[in-house]
Design a protein around this ligand. Sequence first.
Ligand SMILES: NC(=O)c1ccc[n+]([C@@H]2O[C@H](COP(=O)([O-])OP(=O)(O)OC[C@H]3O[C@@H](n4cnc5c(N)ncnc54)[C@H](O)[C@@H]3O)[C@@H](O)[C@H]2O)c1
Ligand SMILES: O=P(O)(O)OC[C@H](O)CO
Length: 393
Amino acid sequence: MSRNYYISHMNDSLKIELEMLLALKELLLKFLLGKENKFEAGVIMRKNQEPIAVIGAGSWGSALALVLADNNHEVRLWSHNEEQVKEINEFHTNKKYLPEIKLPGLITGYGSLPAALDGITNIILAVPTKAIREVIGKMREVLSGPITITHVSKGIEPDTLLRISEMIKEEMPADLLRDIVVLSGPSHAEEVSLRHPTTVTVSSENMAAAEKIQDLFINHNFRVYTNSDVIGVEIGGALKNIIALAAGITDGLGYGDNAKAALITRGLAEIARLGTKMGANPLTFAGLAGIGDLIVTCTSVHSRNWRAGNMLGKGKSLDEVLDSMGMVVEGVRTTKAAFQLAKKYEVKMPIATALYDVLFNGKDAKAAADVLMSRGKTHEMEDLVNILEERNE
Ligand SMILES: NC(=O)c1ccc[n+]([C@@H]2O[C@H](COP(=O)([O-])OP(=O)(O)OC[C@H]3O[C@@H](n4cnc5c(N)ncnc54)[C@H](O)[C@@H]3O)[C@@H](O)[C@H]2O)c1
Ligand SMILES: O=P(O)(O)OC[C@H](O)CO
């Protein structure tokens, strides 16, 4: 017999008591299964002991700070912009980057780097690739003990052609650096901050360190996988941005869905070829840091790279586009790096090369698309197969 049948046959005081017990049971179940927002459950839960520093209070740093706070961590969110720090602490907002969002009380804004890093062992580094060396330079001046840096940036440095973990190793003295972890995957800050379901992957040369970071971030909105291929995860995250710029351009030109699917697929082929030649596991490109991030960045209106490409396709100049964005468009610098990497590793990267010509040689976007479409005949998989065979020799 149903719960409602029993309830309808009880006297009023028993009914009230039973309803109260059932409500309490549901609350407890929600809490135990982690379905309850943890700040609401904060009366019962103690906050986790060691604070975590998030360096960079742009869209991604702020969204990740929010995930950590949802997991009951105390977060020190550092910004080099004092006005922004004031806004975070007084109004619990960061309107330029996440206009819709109220930041939880566990997040405190810091303008002083020594104060933000005092006693910290876990740092989430969330600044654009171009700022990495400068920011690490400032951090090493104030750190006293070894730290784990989890970087969440998606780029490659032009000219040195270094991945971000390699730049960090160059800048941070070994005695201050315990581990480097990279967090990547299809994850727009706008959706993460609304607590929409998101999946990412973390990778490190020390998988125990990656697993610790997985534990810090994972919750029922933000599912974190691990992957032991640091090169693949970093290359996939960086290079998807240039394909998203190209996808934005074709959308701006009005070329439609076939063209975009072609860019995503052939873009993935370029990324897999280069990444595999650089030592990545080709399977990584079938995962979150590969096809996953490529899909979201090429198709989402949240993507700064897609939006920048879209404006270029509609006829705006690169300077006009970058001036109007107000946020980092990583793909522009990474296109330079990819163009140079293709030469260095002797890998065919026709999309990256066409994009390089549009961005830096003033080539008309339609003409660049024509060049791509009228190349000589090829086999879809041949180049990747050759690279894999070379590696096995
Ligand atoms: N926004 C996203 O959804 C998202 C998701 C995943 C990864 N990422 C990656 O995260 C990185 C950061 O992106 P974002 O979206 O937060 O960028 P953003 O433009 O929103 O914010 C960048 C932040 O870095 C700060 N900054 C810039 N130069 C600095 C410097 N020299 N010193 C100190 N601070 C500096 C800015 O003031 C700003 O607070 C990028 O590599 C991006 O590709 C972004
Ligand atoms: O807004 P974008 O183009 O920098 O992309 C953000 C994230 O990397 C998507 O995963």
